[in-house]
Design a protein around this ligand. Structure first.
Ligand code: 3HC
Length: 689
């Protein structure tokens, strides 16, 4: 099957790419393009060539699924070389997006025309890569390194209008882009344009200096990602060597990065994020219900944050409380958060006013009567939730989706108080709700497929990454987090100190370790939850009993003198921990950072295996997405299940078994799924097929 159609229109050869859904440059597309260029050059009927594409994208770049597999000829750089060397001028007709290799195709052409709605970018950096088919050498030659480098560094696409201004495009049109490209191709043929010259006039001394300034800043902020220095090196070579040599530098660096574990992890995340959208039992035939208005119950931190999500997405929302005072507090808190955004310059005062206007404060559940979706974000107590849902059942309009933002509680128990369990599900936002991308959507046995589809579609509209999960204590994220919390407590008692535990996780790439995190959130949260469930955690309980509840009280696992945000080691806490170890007759021993990391993460992976076996998560990649978007797991580590595969499940199973025996805790024994995969020499990734 040919993926590039060839025809001649007037005197112009037209090569149209048709590789749905996004015209990725698969081997077949590359071969088709190379053939079209060759054919056009030999075709007496054609004086120039236009490369166009069908569908929503011009070209979304290299086919990411081919990375890491043996390369299949023709390689993209060779195809682009053929385009650039074409004796007959080639023009790109860009509609939709031209990304990565897609933009590089356009850059190898003599001319570029785009629809006004088109977007152009080099997003390779987000996959842990750099442009690998001439982008680092050709884009700066066209628009200057000072403009090209930030595009490659951020990976964010620019609009056609902006691209025209930069000189990246010859023309922007709003009608027929192919016709416009054909016209340009005729002009270029008339001018007698031949192979692409490697212009250097944009590469001035001033451009070099401006680039070096930006490069220095980028290197300072690179946070250990190897593609940032690689990008700098590739662009720098522009100013130091001829085009062909620069291309070689870029290619070498690109191939090194493709083989790097960090890029593999980011590619895994790219596909996992897309797969998560495929929900078993909720096919494309299931139509989501329309959401024109929403209500949020509870104007606390979570409720307020959720209301902001709606307001930010342009959906009117009613924020409901039981009394005026908490409602006023909630609205003030929201206004204050928007104020900070205005002060930072990320929000205009007009937009702030508009968003606030979309939030209507109200007292009493009756205000939820007209909402298409109601999200309850009240106190985390089953009785409270059941009362609210009993009331909602009476007032909410038929067909409204009724969601609870509970982090742990049983959704069917909540749904059971209503006459409409088919409309009830969990929508678990993460704190701060207006910032964190993860949204766990909790499905029950009774909930209707279109209610789930509604929550998923809404989640996307709110800018979230929705992950549909099964019902069960803590769902996916918090259930695994609990394992890490327990591991932290075990490590403290056995000999590690808070700063050592936190350093192991920040060294791994987390922004914060568990102790600093608990201090930030408030230690009373976990304390209350443990008390409700009759669970003890000697160290955490003792710290709470001392009245040290974290940052808000100036001390927790750490000391926070004069409102400091970064904690200092607290000798009193360390002595308290040592006392607890002694009371248990334990001889404290030092733990290496590696051992701490394994002890924190292995039990999470083990729980992940149980979650998969129980069907609470559909795929290992879903768990990875949960941890990346809800708990700041470093994306370049791919998520806990991907990480486990990279360590080796046999290694993790052995470590868990050894720990289970040492501590005498059966819960730490490898879960059956983990054990089976380890014995078969497989990883979680192999479960996909
Ligand atoms: N390779 C392979 N598959 C791709 C792809 C790519 N470059 N881009 C998208 N897809 C697939 C997705 O996996 C998804 O598949 P599925 O339907 O089976 O899940 C399908 O295309 C649709 O993608 P989205 O769900 O993301 O659709 P959207 O409409 O939301 O977004 C998009 C479209 C903006 C093109 C987005 O997919 C995107 O950003 N793609 C990646 C772009 C990119 O990173 N390109 C650079 C690649 S690296 C490169 O080019 C190296 C070069 O320099 C040598």
């Amino acid at each position: 099957m040919t993926m590039v159609r060839y025809e001649v229109r007037g005197h112009i050869a037209l090569a149209t790419i048709d590789n749905p859904p996004v015209n990725a440059l698969s081997a077949a597309v590359r071969a088709g393009l190379a053939e079209a260029i060759q054919r056009a050059n030999a075709d007496a009927a054609a004086v120039a060539v236009v490369i166009a594409a069908t569908g929503k994208a011009f070209i979304a770049g290299a086919d990411i699924s081919e990375f890491g597999k043996p390369p299949v000829a023709p390689l993209l750089p060779d195809v682009l070389d053929a385009i650039a060397r074409s004796r007959k001028p080639v023009v790109a007709a860009i509609q939709g997006v031209a990304l990565g290799g897609g933009l590089e195709v356009a850059l190898a052409c003599q001319g570029r025309v785009a629809l006004a709605s088109a977007k152009l970018g080099l997003p390779e950096i987000k996959l842990g890569l750099i442009p690998g088919a001439g982008g680092t050498q050709r884009l700066p030659r066209l628009i200057g390194a000072a403009k090209a480098f930030p595009m490659m560094l951020s990976g964010e696409p620019i609009t056609a209008g902006q691209a025209l201004e930069y000189g990246l495009l010859d023309e922007v049109v709003s009608g027929d882009v192919v016709a416009a490209a054909v016209r340009l191709a005729e002009v270029l043929a008339e001018e007698g344009r031949g192979p692409l010259a490697h212009a250097t006039e944009r590469l001035t001394e001033a451009d070099h200096e401006a680039f070096e300034l930006l490069a220095g800043e980028a290197l300072r902020k690179a946070e250990g990602m190897p593609n940032v220095p690689a990008l700098v090196e590739a662009v720098r070579s522009l100013f130091r060597m001829p085009f062909e040599e620069g291309l070689k530098v870029e290619r070498r660096l690109f191939l090194e990065l493709v083989a790097d574990e960090r890029s593999k992890a980011l590619r895994h995340v790219f596909f996992a994020e897309r797969e998560v959208a495929k929900v078993p039992g909720v096919g494309p035939e299931v139509q989501p219900r329309e959401i024109r208005s929403a209500a949020v119950i509870g104007a606390g931190t979570m409720g307020g944050g959720i209301a902001m999500c709606f307001a930010n997405a342009g959906i009117p929302v009613t924020l409901i409380e039981t009394a005026q005072a908490p409602l006023d507090n909630g609205m003030n808190r929201i206004a204050a958060i928007y104020d900070i955004s205005v002060q930072r310059g990320s929000l205009t005062p007009e937009a702030r006013a508009q968003r606030l206007k979309r939030i209507t404060p109200a007292v009493g559940l009756i205000a939820a009567a007209t909402a298409d979706i109601v999200i309850e974000a009240a106190f985390e107590e089953i009785g409270v939730k059941r009362d609210i849902f009993t009331g909602l059942d009476k007032v909410a309009k038929p067909g409204a989706v009724l969601a609870s933002n509970t982090s742990y509680l049983d959704i069917p128990t909540i749904a059971a108080v209503t006459s409409r369990p088919q409309d009830v599900l969990g929508m678990h936002f993460f704190s701060p709700a207006n910032v964190m991308k993860l949204l766990e959507i909790v499905r029950t046995q009774e909930v209707a497929a279109d209610a789930i589809a509604t929550a998923v579609a809404l989640g996307r509209k709110l800018g979230k990454v929705p992950v549909v999960v099964g019902n069960g204590f803590g769902f996916v994220g918090n259930r695994m987090l609990e394992q890490r919390t327990r591991a932290t407590e075990r490590l403290l008692v056995a000999g590690a100190l808070p700063h050592e535990i936190d350093a192991a996780l920040t060294g791994f790439g987390f922004k914060m370790g568990p102790c600093a995190m608990a201090d930030l959130a408030g230690l009373d949260i976990g304390w209350r939850s443990r008390k409700a469930r009759g669970i003890k955690a000697a160290v955490a309980d003792a710290i709470c009993e001392a009245g040290w509840l974290g940052q808000k009280t100036g001390r927790g696992y750490y000391l926070y003198p004069q409102g400091a945000r970064v904690g200092q080691r607290d000798p009193e806490v360390e002595a308290l921990i040592a006392r607890i170890s002694a009371e248990r007759g334990l001889t404290r021993r030092p733990f290496s950072q590696e051992e701490i990391l394994a002890r924190l993460l292995d039990p999470m992976v083990n729980e992940g295996a149980r979650i998969l076996a129980e069907g609470i998560a559909t795929r290992p990649g879903d768990i990875d997405v949960v941890w990346i978007h809800g708990y700041n797991w470093p994306a370049w580590r791919g998520g806990p299940m991907f990480w486990a595969d990279s360590v080796g499940l046999d290694v993790i199973a052995k470590r868990l078994a050894a720990q289970a025996e040492e501590i005498g805790d059966k819960a730490l024994e490898p879960a059956p799924l983990l054990k089976r995969l380890a014995a078969e020499g497989r990883g979680f990734g192999s479960l996909k097929s």
